[in-house]
Design a binder for this molecule. Structure first.
Ligand code: TRP
Length: 454
């Protein structure tokens, strides 16, 4: 496809909902609440917010700059700007990380689908707490149904991606994202108005800084990376579909605001209810799938609320998974010159197989370990703790030190047509060159145990 008729986002609203759709996902609605619960509440949120604003905003910016400058997929983008340089690793990481993340993301996406259907049955919510726990264990560890759900989730994502940017990703995000916002708002209001919800609100907003340790800092930074879709060329790819006239700084700001807003809203939907029903906030990853149905069971119209909630989770997950899939498909179509359909089919086949392995690793393959981890944990660990930090580090180093400063400034100011204040420009360049690389290197080293805090 020539660059002139390359597909792209049609409108500013389209760009915003698509990028926000990528960022807002299971990371916000499923992972954020339990990370807050595990790490002491408000203090974790404050550190998370600091990291997002000081470190992640510049990284998002850097990815947008690379993408829009080159109008190409992550690999092709680096190839255009620095052919044969070691930075091409970014392109390789983008494809490998997409496959890794999708291989467990699609399985969790499948669980959300399964739980939508489960919520329709009347005995689902009449079960007691321990029963809900065994129901979840049974659902995730059985063979056929979770694999079928994973393939269904992946298939739905593939169908949207096949349709392209304007008529697929943009069109569906425009409908799905506002629906998502509406539903989470509704749940947050329901949660806050429960008797005894005040303790949950306090947990979210009154910090206890004595709870902060080195592990909290790292957890917060890792969460920010995952939640904002950074470090593997996802924003490079979406950035390549953004028109030259759009203000990248504004889009980055709005995406970060939307993603953070959704995370806080998810916290408000979950935490007050958790406290109102006397459940421990530090339940971990099962919080959504086990604890929330327990709460729904005690609410009037519990089934309806349950259906709505898992539908929300499903929507959030699918608008993120299409962005992950698009990274691979853009690479296949532009670098290997395959058609969009063939590319999607190949991606579906690869992720279908790896996702099946990771689904089975919660059941019959639980004892098969690679580097001491089940397939599911391996995909999760490799992407979040290795590939994303390495990719993010390379991205900021690339924009900060390798790209021509004039090109970077040109993208920042749209060729000098928008004025960005001197102080802000200096701050952006400083964070891209020094602050972000050092911070990411820190996370990376600590994740492999080379640095220990406190
Ligand atoms: N950010 C999404 C979430 O919060 C997941 C996601 C989509 C992602 N694209 C990504 C994570 C790229 C890391 C990198 O669920």
């Amino acid at each position: 496809m020539s660059e002139l008729n390359r597909d792209g986002f049609g409108s500013r609203f389209g760009v915003l909902v698509a990028v926000a759709g990528s960022a807002v996902g299971l990371g916000n609605l499923w992972r954020f609440p339990y990370m807050v619960g595990n790490n002491g509440g408000a203090a974790f949120i404050i550190i998370y917010l600091l990291f997002v604003i000081l470190l992640c905003l510049p990284i998002m910016f850097s990815e947008f700059i690379i993408g829009r400058r080159t109008q190409a997929n992550a690999f092709g983008a680096i190839k255009k700007l620095a052919p044969k340089s070691p930075f091409l690793t970014i392109g390789v990481i983008s494809v490998v990380a997409s496959i890794c993340i999708m291989s467990f993301y699609s399985v969790v996406g499948g669980w959300t689908l399964e739980y939508i259907f489960k919520s329709f049955s009347s005995d689902f919510l009449s079960a007691s707490g321990s029963n809900l726990e065994s129901q979840f264990k049974e659902a995730s560890s059985s063979t056929i149904v979770p694999i079928a759900s994973h393939l269904a989730f992946l298939g739905l994502s593939a169908l949207i991606v096949v349709a392209g940017i304007k008529n697929g990703i943009e069109k569906y995000s425009k409908i799905l994202m506002p629906a998502l916002f509406f539903l989470v708002m509704l749940l947050a209001v329901r949660s806050i108005t429960l008797d005894g919800s005040a303790a949950g609100v306090k947990f979210l907003f009154y910090p206890d800084f004595s709870k902060i340790t080195g592990a909290t800092l790292i957890a917060a930074l890792g969460q920010a990376f995952f939640s904002l879709s950074l470090g593997m060329g996802c924003i490079i790819t979406y950035g390549s579909y953004v028109k030259k006239s759009e203000n990248l700084f504004k889009i980055s700001l709005m995406t970060v605001a939307a993603d953070t807003g959704f995370a806080i809203l998810a916290g408000l939907a979950v935490m007050p209810a958790v406290f109102a029903f006397g459940i421990s906030p530090g339940q971990g990853p099962s919080l959504v799938f086990i604890t929330l149905p327990q709460i729904f069971a005690q609410l009037p119209l519990g089934n309806v609320i349950s259906i709505a909630f898992f539908f929300i989770l499903f929507i959030a997950a699918i608008t993120s998974s299409i962005s992950l899939l698009e990274v691979i498909v853009a690479y296949f179509t532009e670098e290997l010159k395959l058609t969009r359909k063939t590319s999607v089919l190949i991606a579906f086949a690869i992720i279908g197989v790896f996702g099946t392995l990771s689904s089975l690793s919660n059941g019959v393959l639980a004892d098969v370990k690679v580097f001491g981890k089940t397939f599911f944990d391996l995909f999760d660990y490799t992407s979040s703790n290795v590939l994303l930090p390495v990719g993010g580090l390379l991205v900021v180093l690339f924009v900060g030190w390798r790209m021509k400063k004039a090109d970077v400034l040109d993208e920042l100011t749209n060729g000098g047509t928008i004025s960005v204040r001197g102080v802000i420009l200096k701050w952006i360049l400083f964070t891209i060159r020094f602050l972000s690389p050092v911070a990411i290197a820190f996370v990376l080293l600590s994740s492999i145990g080379l640095i220990k805090m406190f």
